[in-house]
Design a binder for this molecule. Structure first.
Ligand code: NIG
Ligand code: FE
Length: 414
């Protein structure tokens, strides 16, 4: 199958050198071909370049099997990589949304047994098949928003059987999904009711029972801990990450959402692929990230939805760091998988330029989920994963017009 896209207003993200991570100032540049063509053969990028080359090379057409797409006025950008989601869950939590409107905080709701525990109870009484169906519908929506690779966490099971149920659902999704999925084992998301007064007992259960079973069935790529005030401590986090590392599970953690928790440091010390949230960070955390290969990942959807501060990405980029952005799609703190909205929030609320934000959800996000170099850019010979926009006056218009549906087509291949 041959698809020929012509008259593309601008083809973005065609990094010619093998870029795997963009830091500091480099985040504000992107390799682009204006007035371009792009040829996709059997799901791979066969060639691209300026239209003048196309006209010279293909004066007699591209062959009878070619499907031609005229993209006058449209942009082509790399498809998004969503490196932090919780899209396997059951039900929804709009009751808590109302509680928040009436003045309760996320932490107060969690303390009352709401929040993560609420979704865990729902998930417990949902069959694996039903959970799979609900989650597949969400995945389809993610793809329609332009996502071509996604990380999905467990963490609403909080018992061995229910955590395994979630991870088996993710495995089934991997098998039938048209996009790449990575699974992240997050039993350390909250303390279940039975362990309310025995936190170390739950850590023991994770370390000695859950992790070996997860590894035995090869159900996870990564391991995660919610290292924050009121949740898992730094030493509990270290203990869980070390147990996971023994089985080859790479850390990617939740840190510094509710307080300066020490999560950044413990993540970096354990070679985490990413430390995520970072709404509360100071000089020490920034210094620690600067000397590491851990990706700082912000989740502005959660800040928006919970009315929290935004991670200080402007400062972090100015200080030379590499940053990524993800949706954090989940029923409690970020019920949206729209990466376009994430781009808008990054620019409107965090002062990233539209190009910095795009690099944060493509090249750098791929790095945050161990897909560096493979996803997040358009390269010759690489898998064709891109978004075709509707006609737009400029690339900045894409996130500026923050409620306008500007996606004309999403092309994904894994
Ligand atoms: O990343 N912060 C912890 N976990 C999720 C929220 C999960 C939930 O509230 O259901 C997050 O925001
Ligand atoms: Fe999260």
């Amino acid at each position: 199958m041959l698809d020929v896209y012509v008259n593309i207003k601008s083809l973005m993200g065609v990094h010619s050198t093998p870029v795997t991570v963009l830091k500091g100032k480099a985040m504000d540049s992107i390799d682009t071909v204006d007035d371009a063509y792009l040829i996709v053969r059997d799901g791979r990028v066969a060639e691209f370049g300026p239209m003048r080359d196309f006209k010279a090379r293909y004066a007699n057409g591209c062959g009878a099997d070619a499907r031609c797409h005229d993209l006058s006025g449209c942009y082509v950008i790399p498809a998004f990589v969503d490196a932090h989601t919780h899209i396997v869950y059951s039900g929804s939590r709009e009751q808590e949304y109302e509680d928040k409107i009436r003045g309760l905080s996320y932490a107060e709701i969690a303390k009352r047994g709401g929040g993560i525990l609420n979704t865990a109870a729902h998930l417990h009484s949902t069959s694996e098949d039903e959970l799979f169906d609900q989650s597949m519908r969400r995945l389809e929506q993610c793809i329609s928003f332009g996502t071509a690779a996604i990380e999905i966490k467990s963490g609403y099971g909080l018992s061995t059987e229910d955590e395994l149920k979630m991870l088996r659902v993710i495995r089934r999704m991997k098998e039938c999904s048209p996009i790449t999925i990575k699974s992240n084992f997050l039993a350390a998301h909250a303390f279940p009711k039975a362990y309310r007064d025995d936190h170390d007992g739950y850590v023991d259960l994770i370390v000695n029972e859950m992790i070996p079973r997860v590894a035995d069935e090869d159900l996870a790529d990564f391991i995660d801990v919610f290292c924050d005030e009121g949740f898992f401590t730094v030493s509990q986090t270290a203990c869980i990450l070390e147990a996971g590392l023994k089985y080859g599970l790479k850390p990617k953690i939740h840190a510094n959402e509710l307080a300066v928790s020490g999560g950044v440091q413990v993540g970096v010390e354990h070679g985490a692929l990413s430390v995520d949230h970072l709404e509360r960070i100071g000089d020490d955390e920034i210094a620690c990230l600067r000397d590491s290969s851990t990706m700082a990942t912000a989740l502005p959807g959660a800040s928006f939805f919970l009315g929290m501060p935004y991670a200080p990405l402007r400062r972090m980029i100015d200080e030379g760091l590499a940053v990524a952005l993800a949706s954090d799609c989940n029923p409690g703190s970020s019920p949206s998988a729209s990466m376009k909205f994430v781009l808008s929030l990054a620019s409107i609320k965090m002062r990233l330029t539209p190009v910095e934000a795009l690099n944060a959800v493509t090249v750098n996000a791929a790095c945050a989920m161990d897909l560096a170099g493979e996803y997040g850019r358009i390269v010759k010979g690489g898998k064709a994963n891109f978004i075709v926009t509707k006609p737009m006056p400029s690339f900045s218009y894409f996130s500026y017009a923050y409620t306008e549906d500007l996606t004309r087509q999403v092309v994904v291949n894994k």
